[in-house]
Design a binder for this molecule. Structure first.
Ligand code: MCN
Length: 790
């Protein structure tokens, strides 16, 4: 039955949740096939060493063992290295990266051999019997050290640890900085972050030996990209048409499952060699070594300004740690922020440069926000530094530099066109919600009284770019794939609707929001829409889920597919009602004849007519189905204002968040509850980055934070309740006016938190504290400001 109810914007409960909450969901670890064997990976205990020998004989003779292979044993499985799809410059250095190292290991945990056995325990036991001899080599773990003359080389054959330098410049940078009355110089470091999805990675390859076909189940964010990339670049003799990739239920990724991993290639090879299904499940401790990591970037940031704080120029020079190899999009991550170092402000000169560097550490790659948290942190912290320098309030310095509100694409200095924005409005709302003036008064009276516990208020008026991206822009940035996505709508004869999407959700609720969009467009109940995803056999077209692109690209493809359905249905309805198409009104799934509303046809009724094909207009194909592939014309630019209020104990350095307000603008909202959920998760990750998480290596390349015991992933107990609100400035990029929200919180939160801590201590002369703002760092900063040793 057609319905006039509107779902978009409403609080529809997540259709995914009953399965997830009752344990019915199927993750890789829940899948079992007859004859299935298990793989275990032998990993390097050295950060850099020559492999002098790999002895697998003892392992092979252990109970249940089917095979054990070194990197050299597997060499003929590969036509090439693991792929890097983003060679950002023409002269980039891209070292070979074999799924299992052949003669040298370059980071702790790199695969050196694999064992396949009947059970997981047998594979693990036998892995301990694989004997690998190493000749240790010198190690370099810091990216700036790695650039110095005489530093140990991660890849001796490259003759350098520099992978690339990428630059972007606009306006008269040198002149602006030379002549500006005020120049603020800051230096920030973004520690390594270690992704901790609830479900670690997992891979299962199932061969159909007679046909030479394989089905690869992977806990991946990118089944489509994986299928193309692994067959195009890595697997020898495996035509893309013979590989089906399925991402079943996936328990989070946060960018870390946006990759083509060694284990995916090796499990496929093992299934091909043994002719049996082979499974590998990552252990949590392996996750800390072999899944990509995030950030690890040094930034030198300079702002040029007038004496009263009008921003004139922004300069940001980065050294970014790539780790030991380039994974799928490693070199491109800093570029995702490269255009955003001026934030929501309007300087007349802009200069960005990033040098990507190899070190003996796990490769870095996309981690929630990817490049944009770094950019936002730089500009939002530096704006606070500028405010202090010119004696202005942080809110005031922002307001006087904001772009004026706009609804159409607007050029900014870095070369982008922002889609729409009203930055003053989000800031005003955030300050109202947090009670800014009262807090400033409280801050002052605590200081006047000489309280040990002082108050700090930190702002972050962020912008990010998502909905990656027009394919031609990606080409200009030398990214190897396109930025489009696809959707198919199939109206079944029974009135039910099947949607096939090329996005691949792993916690984002696409089944729900795609159902809402379809239900409104076609006037069917939301329960009557089935959304299928994550299987390349039934959704051949797709670019998957990352970069908060899914709604603004995949959701827009769905919007256009629904329009195609309505167009075709209009033809059939006009034919059946014997009127011209122009004589029909359409609303919420029902066509009515103008002036005769009782003469009507609904989409489900037309779907049945299209299926019987008894009475279709001439030249009309039976069936009511449409596909649309949408390549966006621009990015979308979500923005917002986050305010963090902290209480800092000046005696112990302890920081407590007493209030956190986030006002976000992601354009039109499809599902407010899901959007809030994204912001909750995102802010939590941002606070974690600001206060707790830090991947630390020692000088030998050993990971000192190798488990949750010493890598501090916060729980609800460490976090405040968030007070959230929204403004809506529809995007000019797509017809629904939607912008992404998946990463906004992670991008917004770190500068809000650190600005708050610095603000709390500014009266003592503290101007900077490195992330994460641990009690020890805070305590040392206070001591140093008071003239003591740090
Ligand atoms: N949405 C909406 N209205 C808007 C914007 C979004 O209703 N104006 C809804 C969308 O329909 C979708 C969800 O919010 O259901 C997120 O949409 P979008 O912003 O397009 O982001 P993606 O779906 O592309 O998700 C990717 C994003 C990223 S990049 C990371 S990292 C991240 C995130 O999503 N990783 C996650 N959220 C995560 N959530 C979980 N549970 N697990 C992860 O790994």
């Amino acid at each position: 039955m057609a319905t006039a109810e509107k779902y978009v914007g409403g609080g529809v409960l997540r259709k995914e949740d009953p399965e997830l909450l009752t344990g019915q969901a199927k993750f890789i670890d829940d899948l079992t096939f007859p004859g299935m064997a298990w793989m275990y990976v032998v990993r390097s205990p050295y950060a850099h060493a020559k492999i002098t020998s790999v002895e697998t004989l003892a392992a092979v003779s252990m109970p249940g063992v089917i095979a054990a292979w070194s990197g050299n044993d597997l060499a003929d499985e590969w036509q090439g290295s693991l792929p890097c799809a983003w060679p950002v410059t023409e002269d980039i250095k891209m070292p070979a990266h074999w799924p299992v190292a052949k003669d040298e290991v370059r980071h702790l945990g790199e695969a050196v051999a694999v064992v396949v056995a009947e059970t997981r325990a047998q594979a693990k036991d036998a892995a301990e019997a694989v004997r690998v001899d190493y000749a240790p080599l010198p190690v370099v773990t810091d990216s700036e050290e790695a650039l110095k003359d005489g530093a140990p080389l991660v890849h001796a054959d490259l003759g350098t640890n520099k992978s690339y330098t990428w630059t972007l410049s606009a306006g008269e940078v040198d002149k602006v900085f030379a002549e500006a009355p005020v120049v603020v110089k800051e230096r920030y470091y973004h520690p390594r972050l270690i992704p901790n999805a609830i479900e670690p990675r997992g891979v299962l390859a199932v061969p159909v030996p007679a046909q030479g076909e394989f089905t690869l189940y992977s806990a991946t964010q990118i089944p489509h990209v994986l299928k193309t990339a692994i067959t195009a670049f890595t697997m020898a003799n495996m035509p893309e048409s013979k590989l089906r990739v399925i991402a079943p239920d996936v328990g989070g990724g946060f960018g870390s499952k946006l990759n083509v991993y060694a284990e995916e290639a090796v499990v496929l090879a093992a299934a091909r060699r043994t002719g049996r299904p082979v499974k590998w499940i990552e252990e949590r401790s392996e996750n800390y070594l072999s899944t990509i990591q995030g950030r690890d970037v040094y930034q030198d940031v300079e702002l040029a300004a007038t004496e009263d704080g009008k921003l004139l120029g922004v300069r940001a020079h980065l050294v970014a740690d790539m780790g030991a190899y380039l994974q799928l999009v490693t070199p491109g991550i800093p570029l995702l922020g490269a255009f955003l170092y001026h934030g929501v402000y309007t300087p007349e000169a802009y200069d960005f440069a990033c040098t990507g560097v190899f070190t003996n550490k796990t490769p870095t790659d996309a981690y929630r926000g990817a490049g944009r948290p770094e950019a936002t942190y730089a500009i939002e912290r530096a704006m606070d530094a500028l405010a202090r320098r010119v004696g202005k309030d942080p809110a005031e310095i922002r307001r006087m530099n904001f772009m004026t509100p706009f609804t159409e694409p607007t050029d900014v200095i870095s070369g982008l066109k922002y889609d729409s924005g009203d930055y003053g409005k989000t800031l005003d709302r955030a300050l109202e919600l947090v009670g800014y003036d009262r807090l400033r008064a409280d801050q002052k009276s605590r200081r006047d009284r000489g309280d040990a516990k002082v108050l700090g208020i930190g702002l972050s008026t962020y912008i990010e770019m998502c909905g990656l991206a027009p394919s031609q822009v990606l080409a200009a940035l030398r990214y190897a794939a396109g930025g489009w996505d696809a959707a198919t709508i199939r109206c079944l004869p029974t009135g039910k609707v099947v949607v096939v999407t090329g996005t691949s959700p792993h916690g984002q609720g696409h089944v729900t929001t795609w159902s809402q969009i379809t239900a409104d467009a076609l006037g069917v109940p939301v329960e009557d829409v089935e959304v299928l995803h994550g299987d390349t056999a039934f959704s051949p077209l797709g670019m998957d889920t990352y970069g908060s692109r899914s709604l603004s690209v995949g959701g827009t493809a769905l919007y256009f597919a629904a329009q195609k359905i309505v167009e075709k249905a209009r033809k059939i309805a006009a034919h059946e009602l014997e009127v011209s198409e122009d004589d029909l009104d359409y609303e919420a799934g029902t066509f009515t004849v103008k002036g005769a509303p009782d003469r009507a046809r609904t989409i489900p009724a037309i779907a049945f007519a299209a299926w019987t094909a008894h009475n279709l207009p001439p030249d009309t194909e039976p069936g009511l189905e449409a596909t649309h592939v949408y390549d966006p014309g621009n990015f979308t630019f979500p923005s917002g204002a986050h305010v963090c209020v902290v209480e800092v104990d000046t005696e112990t350095g302890e920081v407590r968040i007493v209030k956190y307000v986030g006002v976000d603008d992601c354009g039109t909202v499809i599902n407010p509850m899901i959007v809030e959920g994204k912001v909750h998760g995102g802010v939590t990750q941002g606070i974690a980055e600001a206060m707790f998480e830090e991947g630390v290596y020692d000088e030998n390349g050993n990971l000192m934070t190798s488990s949750m015991a010493n890598y501090l992933v916060p729980s609800a107990a460490e976090l405040p309740s968030y007070q959230l609100d929204r403004t809506v400035t529809p995007s000019s990029t797509n017809p629904m006016g939607v912008k992404g929200i998946g990463e906004a919180g992670t991008i917004a939160a770190p500068p809000a938190v650190v600005n708050a801590v610095v603000d709390a201590l500014s009266h003592l002369g503290v101007t900077d504290i490195g992330k994460p703002v641990t009690p020890e760092r805070v305590w040392r900063a206070i001591r140093q400001a008071k003239g003591g040793a740090a």
